[in-house]
Design a protein around this ligand. Structure first.
Ligand code: AP5
Length: 219
């Protein structure tokens, strides 16, 4: 049985954090369009330069580019299931995903909507840093490294903050979310696929809610 889920929620809701737990616990493959785009922006290509400019402003990259990135992964990565993290973000992206999965004889089993207050998002984004080597996500107050400046998971000292994690860019990212992505909540609710979770709870408690939904799908 394959399981394919979408993690849906505003910037800083905890999608990446929960996706990493699901990868570890359930062997699913995380497909984060944000990570793919961050990789593309370092490629030195014209596409990379366009993507970097759009991301730093907090706007959405075109549907054509992100659908192309997801298509390429689905065609080349073999997995028992996928976690779509930060994709889809528009209705055309949702339609494209459904079509791509249908072509593989797969479907979306659940859309997990992470609900977090806007004020908490600002706090989460401004305190976030990640390990440049293994991708572990930290926070200055809610999840600091045990040893300052050193990743708990891989020991790397390459800890980074994202260029788009600043107040101006975050304002645009939130506007983009409410304008273009939040309509997906109603869309997936109407399809009977929406599973809201209280993303304001502490990380492990959110993880338990997500695990409960996953167990319900596989059981
Ligand atoms: P992307 O990389 O997808 O960023 P995002 O959606 O803005 O989400 P984030 O990665 O900021 O947050 P998250 O929900 O993963 O939270 P995290 O777990 O890190 O996209 C970046 C950009 O790429 C976009 O703006 C756009 O330009 C472009 N893009 C990407 N996909 C696209 C698409 N499909 N279409 C078009 N453009 C696209 O947690 C945040 C912090 O909070 C961390 O420090 C964490 O430790 C902490 N935290 C997590 N959970 C909790 C908790 N329960 N309690 C307290 N703290 C917590």
């Amino acid at each position: 049985m394959t399981i394919n889920i979408i993690l849906l929620g505003p910037p800083g809701a905890g999608k990446g954090t929960q996706a990493r737990t699901l990868v570890e616990d359930r062997g699913l493959v995380q497909l984060s369009t944000g990570d793919m785009l961050r990789e593309a922006r370092t490629s030195g290509t014209e596409m990379g330069r366009v993507v970097a400019d759009v991301m730093d402003k907090g706007q959405l990259v075109t549907d054509e580019i992100v659908i192309g990135l997801i298509r390429e992964k689905l065609e080349t990565v073999d997995a028992p299931g996928f976690i779509f993290d930060g994709f889809p973000r528009t209705l055309p992206q949702a339609d494209a995903l459904e079509e791509l999965l249908a072509g593989m004889g797969r479907k979306i089993d659940a859309v997990i909507e992470m609900q977090v207050d806007d004020a908490a998002l600002v706090d989460r984004i401004s305190g976030r840093f990640t390990c440049g080597n293994c991708g572990e996500v930290y926070h200055d107050t809610t999840k600091p490294t045990t040893e300052p400046g050193k990743c708990d998971v891989c020991g790397s000292t390459d800890l980074r903050r994202r260029a788009d994690d600043n107040a101006d860019s975050l304002r645009t990212r939130l506007l983009e979310y409410y304008k273009k992505t939040s309509p997906l909540i109603g869309y997936y609710y109407a399809k009977g696929q929406l599973h809201p979770v209280d993303g304001m709870a502490e990380m492990d408690a959110v993880g338990r809610q997500v695990a409960g939904i996953m167990d319900g799908l596989s059981g």
